[in-house]
Design a binder for this molecule. Structure first.
Ligand code: 5GP
Length: 203
């Protein structure tokens, strides 16, 4: 048993496939969880309140910030996004690998708060693939797509700040890459200090 759970920052540009990869990971691994963020943006077709996000208005979001209930938050493309604090702490206490699907500003804040956090950047194989995926989604107008592509370039530039880069060429490859990372992290010495004294005391 590791001493506690693992916190993972999971970033990647909009359209990089984070949602699909995350769903597969959660379905196949009982020790993994994802934090459900709060946002002020409008829900897209098919998105469910309480599953994909907690969709709230700005006033409610700001109230949660002032009550110190948000682990981090950021403004992205004109909307607020943030991580509710309590559920993350509970899942970590239960030993889970907890993924935060957040953009780069939030990631920087989490690194300050949790120095042993690990970070994974999901990389599209190319900008062309990313553009095709964004257009294929069909849920946003041209201006929004172009704005997301500009932001995406900036995000890809910052990928070198992450501990791991996983290329999403196929979902299967990306999922197995992340499973391997979590497996290795769980076996890190720093996360397994207790086992040393347990083995010595039980010989
Ligand atoms: P989208 O509108 O495509 O769902 O998300 C836009 C961006 O916001 C993505 O990069 C996503 O990872 C990020 N995001 C989602 N939830 C959070 C959050 O709780 N905190 C931060 N900082 N970013 C988030």
């Amino acid at each position: 048993m590791t001493d506690k759970g693992i916190l993972i920052i999971f970033s990647g540009p909009s359209g990089s496939g984070k949602g699909t990869v995350m769903n597969k990971l959660l379905a196949a691994n009982d020790d993994m969880r994802v934090s459900i963020s709060m946002t002020t943006r409008q829900s897209r077709e098919g998105e469910i309140d309480g599953t994909h996000y907690y969709f709230v208005n700005r006033e409610y979001f700001e109230k949660k910030i002032s009550e110190n209930k948000m682990l981090e938050y950021a403004e992205y493309n004109g909307n607020m996004y943030g991580t509710p604090k309590d559920p993350v702490d509970e899942m970590l206490k239960a030993g889970k690998a907890v993924f935060l699907e957040i953009e780069v500003q939030g990631a920087a804040k989490i690194r300050e708060l949790y120095p042993d956090v690990i970070s994974v950047f999901l990389m599209p194989p190319s900008m062309k693939t990313l553009e095709e995926r964004l257009r294929g989604r069909g849920s946003e107008d041209e201006e929004t797509i172009n704005h997301r592509l500009v932001i995406a370039r900036e995000e890809v530039r910052r990928a070198s700040e992450y501990d791991y880069i996983v290329i999403n060429d196929t979902v299967e490859n990306a999922v197995s890459g992340i499973e391997t990372i979590i497996k290795a992290e769980r076996q890190k010495t720093a996360r397994n200090k207790k086992i040393i004294s347990e083995v010595i005391n039980n010989v």
